[in-house]
Design a protein around this ligand. Sequence first.
Ligand SMILES: Nc1ncnc2c1ncn2[C@@H]1O[C@H](COP(=O)(O)OP(=O)(O)OP(=O)(O)O)[C@@H](O)[C@H]1O
Ligand SMILES: [Mg+2]
Length: 375
Amino acid sequence: MATLTLDSVSKVYKAARGRPVTAVDAVDMRIADGEIIGLLGSSGCGKTSTLRMIAGFEDVTSGHIEVGGRVIDNLLPAERNIAMAFEGYALYPPLRVRDNIGFALLRDRQPRAEVKRQVEEIAELLEIVPALDRYPPTISAGQQQRTSLARALIRKADVFLLDEPMSQLEPQLRAVLRARLKDWLITRRMTTVFVTHDQTEAIALADRIAVMEEGVLQQFASPDELKERPANLFVASFIGEPPMNLFEARVDRSRSGLGLAVLDAGGARAFELRFDAEVAGLADGAAVHLGMRPHRLRLGDRAGAVQGTVTSHSWLGDQTHVGVEIGGTECIVVAEGEVPARLGAPIAVEVPLRAVHLFDADDGRALFHGSEAAS
Ligand SMILES: Nc1ncnc2c1ncn2[C@@H]1O[C@H](COP(=O)(O)OP(=O)(O)OP(=O)(O)O)[C@@H](O)[C@H]1O
Ligand SMILES: [Mg+2]
């Protein structure tokens, strides 16, 4: 329960052979007291390295880490008052599950009866009561993982670090525990950084999400902000399910003084979108990536709709995902309810301005978000 600050934190692993690996590259994060942060990114992007530096199991190569305004870089892990649930659980095999969970409290000489009560409370929350008197090697991976999570959550720490805390659980249990975990963290105002590969989990749990790729923090923002105003192409394609549709496009401002993004699919102008290029600061002739959120597109043949061909059709019980080929590029339209669509049939797609995002073709940075212009 404290603020947590990462000030240009980097981690370079020196290899005995070969080149050093920059696992974390000048990451800045300012995390408020009681804030819940999700760390999201593909495998190897530096999530665990970041947590291990905060906890003190790895040195920072450069930069500083502060907890509650105090630099902790040179403190031993035990001196930091940070609780961590490890990716690999790191349970003590000779101790029963209940003693693993209560370990830190017993070490701090808290009364046994009180520790027992707290252990049982958290075991109930995480559905591992039947495992309490067993030993870690004799319980399932999912139970081991929850034991590790319980051992961290039971503590009174300044900061909580949870490395993929629910990755072993089946989806139903995960959803139930996610809600309980959120409640637990909020009620106790626990400053938390959790790692996940699951964006639904990140969105459901986190106040803000840090998206990392190749050691670099790509964007650190609320779930809404990540969806509405992705900072770059990486974030845009990483967040959102199904992913954002992407087309290569070129800006044409030669007509009617208006900015005009014209899709240039293999040289053929498959469709045009008109909008005020001054807003986006787009130069005439600029090559861009045109992104369109599948949920924001509409099927229907009103004026300005784009013509395409149906390439796939999946009814998911409440929505239909319709694959549409436009000028040689495939995109997905998410339609509410069941939509009849025949493979190979012509179909029209409306592209509301608020579905549209533009990114620089060279460096991928965001140039324009239609939702800002449409509001
Ligand atoms: N002890 C180490 N020595 C050398 N390189 C390491 C070490 N630990 C991690 N790395 C490298 O640093 C990079 C980041 O690893 P890290 O474990 O932080 O990624 P991650 O985002 O947690 O991945 P995952 O989602 O697979 O757990 C990877 O390239 C990894 O190979
Ligand atoms: Mg990891």
